[in-house]
Design a protein around this ligand. Structure first.
Ligand code: IMP
Length: 431
């Protein structure tokens, strides 16, 4: 019986994790975020509306779910406040069901200012971040000067810490980037205000989640971004600043990996990427435009157009090697519906030889030429199909080939944006 499940992005983020987590949360007791911040954008389409969540785990729409934000998340009190306000219009008892770790790193407006200033200074070498301040917040955490949620509850100490941190941020903003300083007292005031509404939500997430797991509750771990954006294993330096893979759960939620029963990777039936960095299978032609248009490929957080390309099995194989996926959740299959033929990247040409696994460092990946296999399209609508047997033969062949090439069985298929547009395979029958 599967009691704990991790859902990880298997590509460069935006794979559709929000919908998958929502679908898999109907019978769970808790959903846990363990890394990233409000750079994430998880779009959920319910019967009558579409909701984008940035910090609060996607399982929150189910009444029995407690939504935990683990210590590995960099938390902007302002962003969380806005999200709670918006969500409270449709979710009752929200304040009883959202719980925040007292060890979360606080993300401040000065982090966002530094992110923007740094990107501007980089010019053509910019990473294309979401401008939310994610990198600078994690920098402060690693340098041991960050503010943590537990600092909010001693206003005097908080004042000292804010002043010290803002001295440093303002030095960088002014001296390094020629930007305006940010007033420490305004940040201190807004954090004191945040402490009022946040206090009842704060808990020891590691302890609470561990005891839920030990008591037999069902717990789902919701990844943000994707494995190829991992700070250690992604296409560095074009990555985010956290561990987006399975390892992020032990550090960012405080749960030993031995307690995770199953890991699923969410992958699109093709590939997309937002921001700069290598993308071997990227398309710059009418097919790429068609995928972008049919897939409505715009970032859920920043609205930026996503770059589109063919499915890259080398990258997903690499992600599998790093995370050991038990199953793939293939999303947006319907976006490929009308294509004449479909390509899958099977391996790369690198340095004059064929390679089928490669460290994903940006420099190496930039020199890789994808090698493709071409499959016929299915010229039929898969949109909204919920029964695997009803998929067109060629769509099934495509899914089987993805599974063969990546070495991971297909556990779930999403055939449209709404909750019911999904096919569950046997692998998930015990969830
Ligand atoms: P940051 O996380 O804002 O520092 O951005 C670093 C890189 O990660 C940029 O290429 C972003 O576009 C990308 N990124 C961050 N969050 C997401 C996400 O939720 N989906 C897709 N890409 C993301």
């Amino acid at each position: 019986m599967t009691q704990t499940l991790a859902v990880i992005g298997g590509q460069w983020g935006d794979e559709g994790k929000g919908k998958i987590v929502d679908c898999l949360s109907s019978a769970v007791n808790a959903v846990v975020r363990f890394q990233g911040g409000h750079n994430a954008g998880h779009t959920l389409v319910t019967d009558d509306r579409s909701i984008v969540l940035h910090l609060i785990p996607a399982g929150i729409l189910h009444r029995a779910v407690t939504a935990f934000i683990g210590n590995g998340v960099v938390l902007s009190p302002e962003a969380l406040y806005d999200e709670l306000q918006k969500l409270s219009e449709i979710v009752r008892d929200l304040k009883e069901r959202v719980r925040i770790s007292d060890d979360c790193t606080l993300l401040l407006p000065s982090h966002a200012a530094l992110d923007v200033a740094r990107e501007k200074a980089k010019g053509s070498r910019a990473i294309g971040t979401t401008s939310r301040g994610i990198g600078p917040a994690y920098e402060d955490k690693i340098a041991r000067r960050a503010l943590k949620v537990h600092h909010l509850f001693d206003h005097e100490l908080l004042g000292e810490k804010v002043s010290e941190l803002l001295d440093y941020h303002n030095f960088l903003l002014g001296q390094r980037f020629g930007e305006e300083a940010i007033a420490a007292n305004l940040i201190h005031d807004s954090l004191c205000e945040a402490s009022q509404w946040m206090l009842p939500l704060v808990t020891d997430v590691s302890r609470d989640v561990s005891s839920l797991v030990d008591n037999g509750s069902k717990v789902l771990f919701e990844g943000a971004q994707g494995v190829m954006l991992d700070i250690d294993h992604g296409t560095y330096p074009y990555v985010t600043s956290s561990n987006t893979g399975i390892g992020g759960i032990s550090t960012g939620a405080g749960l030993p990996l031995a307690k995770i029963n199953k890991t699923l990777a969410v992958v699109k039936a093709y590939t997309t990427r937002v921001g700069a960095g290598p993308f071997p299978t990227e398309l710059h032609d009418s097919v790429g435009n068609r995928l972008a248009a049919r897939g409505v490929e715009f970032g859920a957080t920043t609205g930026r157009p996503r770059r589109c390309g063919w499915f890259d099995s080398v990258l997903v194989r690499r992600a599998h090697q790093l995370n050991h996926f038990d199953g793939l959740c293939v999303t947006k299959l319907d976006v490929l519906d009308e294509l004449e033929s479909i390509k899958i990247c099977t391996n790369y040409q690198y340095d004059g030889r064929s390679v089928d696994n490669i460290t994903s460092s940006a420099i190496r990946l930039q020199q890789c030429e994808p090698v493709y296999e071409e499959m016929p399209g299915w010229h039929d609508a898969t949109y909204g199909i919920t029964d695997y047997q009803k998929l067109p033969q060629n769509a099934k062949k495509y899914l089987m080939r993805i599974s063969e090439l990546t070495g991971v069985p297909v556990a779930m298929i999403s055939t449209g944006p709404n909750r019911p547009h999904v096919i569950y395979r046997e692998l998930l029958s015990d969830w």
